[in-house]
Design a protein around this ligand. Structure first.
Ligand code: CA2
Length: 146
């Protein structure tokens, strides 16, 4: 089996589907994980799907992906807009990195318009709802088989 794709989710995304459905929809993070697992299987990819509310844990998973992962799909949530630590960790990862946002951050508050992670990301998906994770997986398949 080839190396897995790490799908990493940042703070408060454990609340997905439970609050603010007008912004983030009604699917829970477990629903997203299940949809990613089903698509990954169809694409012949292995995945590691994780969520944490802690910046250091996300950094540790990015480090784990060095050597063990073929690519990283990351929704850093609020850390998108603040975390040089996650950016630095991603810059030490050699494979493709795709950044996903459920909402269209550019239609929201100005502080959400800047992303540290975008300085490293090979592609960014925003505003496609939770379908963005599936689009990112399809793009990841193309990138790692190119
Ligand atoms: O649109 C996205 O995916 C975001 O990364 C989500 C983050 C936000 O800080 C980013 O600017 C954009 C927030 C995730 C919090 O998710 C919740 C879901 C349901 C209820 C409360 C929070």
């Amino acid at each position: 089996m080839s190396k897995p794709i790490y799908i990493l989710n940042g703070p408060n995304l454990n609340l997905l589907g439970l609050r603010q459905p007008e912004i983030y929809g009604r699917e829970t993070l477990d629903d997203v994980a299940a949809a990613c697992a089903a698509l990954a299987k169809a694409l012949g990819l292995a995945i590691r799907f994780h969520q944490s509310n802690h910046e250091g844990q996300l950094v540790d998973w990015v480090h784990e992906a060095r050597g063990q992962g073929a690519g990283i799909i990351i929704n850093p949530a609020a850390y998108t807009h603040t975390s040089v630590a996650i950016l630095d960790a991603l810059q030490a990862f050699d494979g493709p990195v795709l950044e996903v946002h459920i909402s269209n951050v550019h239609k929201r508050e100005v502080f959400r318009h800047h992303s540290y992670v975008s300085l490293r990301a090979d592609g960014v998906i925003a505003g496609f709802g939770t379908e963005g994770y599936l689009l990112a997986l399809r793009r990841m398949k193309s990138l790692i088989t190119a």
